[in-house]
Design a protein around this ligand. Structure first.
Ligand SMILES: N[C@@H](CCC(=O)N[C@@H](CS)C(=O)NCC(=O)O)C(=O)O
Length: 203
């Protein structure tokens, strides 16, 4: 299986954490690609018209995107403990937490594109404030609901851990830990998992 990959992408990291947690990382051929809305990568575009990473090209069947779909696909391929709970309230909490974490990433990445890709004269501070308000509100919900998932290792908890790690990587001044010390302690412990250690971002 070929995975279009960027070592800095938190969405890619979700996929590689899932691959490590489920013992499938060695089966992935990582193809490092850079892409952005103003510089789309032509090789990724062949597999994914949205031209985003992660994109997975399985040995058979269509190319898969985006990260929730790839993660669930990988989880369907192994016989160990599942990262996507099969049914019931555990499933809905895990999927909600994945969406919450992906929402943090979506807002943080839009913020980053605004300050790195958009010409300085065209930058819009209200837009930046609006994106960061989403990030902060989503962290607050992750902190409020921590007791419901603190013992879980599933797609929801690992997505939240990856999103918080991305904030630490790209927005070190945000200091969400000061406002949410319990969440910070949980995240520090989760970040020591081998799957997280093996996928630390770079670039
Ligand atoms: N919803 C997608 C988001 C993926 C995404 O935005 N990836 C970024 C890299 S972090 C990307 O490829 N951006 C290129 C673009 O937006 O054109 C997912 O969960 O996979």
């Amino acid at each position: 299986m070929k995975l279009y990959f960027s070592p800095a992408s938190p969405y890619v990291r979700k996929v590689t954490v899932v691959a490590h947690e489920t013992g499938q990382f060695a089966g992935l051929e990582l193809v490092t690609e850079r892409s952005s809305p103003v510089n789309p990568n032509p090789e990724v575009a062949v597999a994914n018209p949205l031209v985003k990473v992660p994109t997975l090209v399985p040995d058979a069947g269509p190319a898969l995107f985006d990260s929730p779909v790839i993660c669930e696909y990988l989880d369907s391929l192994h016989d160990g403990a599942k990262l996507f709970p099969a049914a019931g309230s555990a499933r809905w909490l895990a999927l909600r937490n994945q969406a919450l974490a992906d929402g943090i990433l979506d807002a943080a990445i839009l913020y980053r594109y605004e300050i790195t890709l958009r010409p300085e004269a065209l930058r819009w501070s209200d837009w930046l404030d609006g994106q960061m308000a989403k990030v902060n509100a989503a962290i607050a919900l992750a902190a409020r609901d921590l007791d419901a998932y603190r013992a879980a290792v599933d797609i929801g908890s690992l997505s939240i851990a990856v999103a918080l790690s991305y904030l630490d990587y790209r927005f070190p001044d945000l200091d969400w830990q000061a406002t949410h010390p319990d969440l910070a302690a949980w995240h520090a412990a989760f970040a020591r998992r081998p799957s997280m250690k093996a996928t630390e971002p770079s670039g």
